[in-house]
Design a protein around this ligand. Structure first.
Ligand code: ADP
Length: 366
């Protein structure tokens, strides 16, 4: 094939591609390749561009299949349909180790047999894999804790406590609490996965935030009373419209107010403040905000950036004691971002916390 055509074709490709002549010298490289491997790649021997034994051997095998050195191809080389090789390796690029997938294929050129080297950055896939493994490990751990407790109590009820009605009632009570915790965890996991799957679909209903927030405080009135907390709602006398999903927004404010009562309840007062914002710079337009403010013990600054991670807790023991799943704020964050909104968390240890959800104002009902 004509060198100029090869150059044009690889220039149009978005992934790093390097074309080699029969002597394993680079005769064409695209912009993505330069970004990954450095400038001035052409006319250089390939080994000076990407020095990885497995890849260098793949190039040798493709350029001269009869003379492979060493004679037995590296077992790490995976053959692909085109007769070339595809391999997952870690290369050193841009000053760091980068996991990539490299495909080396034979390519006829005007001067004989050449090779095409395509390099795909697989760090995203590796990271996603790591995140998934961490998530599965976390979920298993969270489910195992109540499960182990329940198995222990079942054994005790069958054995030593068989004829002890007092112990039986006490243990059944604990088992009920543990089962309820597992149920909450499963429900939170399901709602997280539902929100994630819908994240790209913008909600279309028109929701009156003022009414929604008042309804949330009513459902939590009992819990607030039990914790000696008064809930005050400000700015909800007239409707505040946003484009949203009413069930999901209810979940957002339910989680935030419940947290304020649970963790910030020592201050005795939780305030929900609705405001209109004429121009919110982060959303580049008019917005509405709902701040959930407590006067509890607050959160140390070092925890703030991680609070919305799944299963992150400031104090795991305390969260479990209060029936928390560690997923509440992760759900809040996902729902807020589905609504193209922002979640702002501010806290002062000893003074209290403020969780503010900022949503774009409904353009049709402004
Ligand atoms: P959990 O189920 O543990 O409540 P969340 O995701 O809702 O999970 O919250 C994560 C952690 O953030 C909680 O365990 C708690 O440590 C902290 N937290 C959340 N809200 C507040 C608050 N209003 N005051 C103090 N700490 C809070």
């Amino acid at each position: 094939m004509d060198q100029a055509i090869i150059q044009q074709v690889i220039a149009a490709l978005p992934v790093p591609v390097v074309a080699l002549d029969a002597e394993a010298r680079v005769f064409a490289a695209n912009v993505a390749a330069s970004r990954l491997l450095g400038d001035n790649l052409t006319d250089r021997p390939f080994v000076t561009v990407l020095r990885h034994p497995v890849i260098v051997q793949a190039v040798d095998s493709v350029l001269d299949p009869a003379h492979v050195d060493p004679p037995v191809p590296d077992p790490n080389l995976a053959k692909v349909e085109s007769g070339g090789y595809r391999n997952r390796v870690v290369i050193s690029a841009r000053g760091r180790d980068l996991p990539v997938e490299v495909t080396v294929s034979a390519m006829p050129t005007k001067f004989g047999r050449g090779a095409l080297v395509v390099i795909e950055d697989s760090s995203g896939i590796e990271e996603a894999g790591q995140l998934r493994r961490d998530f599965v490990a976390n979920v298993s751990h969270e489910l195992r804790t109540p499960l182990t407790a329940m198995i222990g109590f079942i054994e005790t009820l069958r054995g030593p406590a068989r004829d002890d009605p007092g112990a039986r009632d006490r243990f059944l009570q604990i088992m009920e609490t543990e089962a309820a915790r597992m149920n909450r965890l499963v429900l939170d996991l399901l709602s997280l996965s539902r929100v994630e799957s819908e994240e790209r679909r913008r909600p279309a209903e028109t929701v009156d935030l003022a009414m929604l927030v008042r309804a949330v405080t009513e459902t939590l009135a009992q819990q607030a009373l039990a914790n000696n907390v008064r809930i005050l709602v400000e700015g909800a006398d007239s409707p505040v419209y946003v484009a949203g999903d009413a069930d999901q927004l209810t979940q957002v404010f339910h989680n935030l107010v419940e947290n304020a009562v649970k963790y910030g309840g020592t201050g005795g007062l939780v305030t929900l403040r609705l405001s209109h914002i004429a121009h919110e710079p982060s959303l580049r337009g008019p917005a509405c905000s709902v701040a959930v403010i407590d006067q509890g013990e607050g959160i140390d600054e070092m925890h703030l950036p991680r609070l919305t991670e799944r299963f992150y807790r400031v104090d795991s023991h305390r969260s479990r004691e209060k029936g928390g799943t560690g997923l509440g704020l992760a759900i809040v964050k996902h729902i807020t971002s589905r609504h193209r909104g922002k979640l702002r968390i501010e806290s002062e240890p000893g003074q209290g916390s403020r969780f503010t959800v900022i949503l774009p104002a409904d353009p049709e009902r402004r």
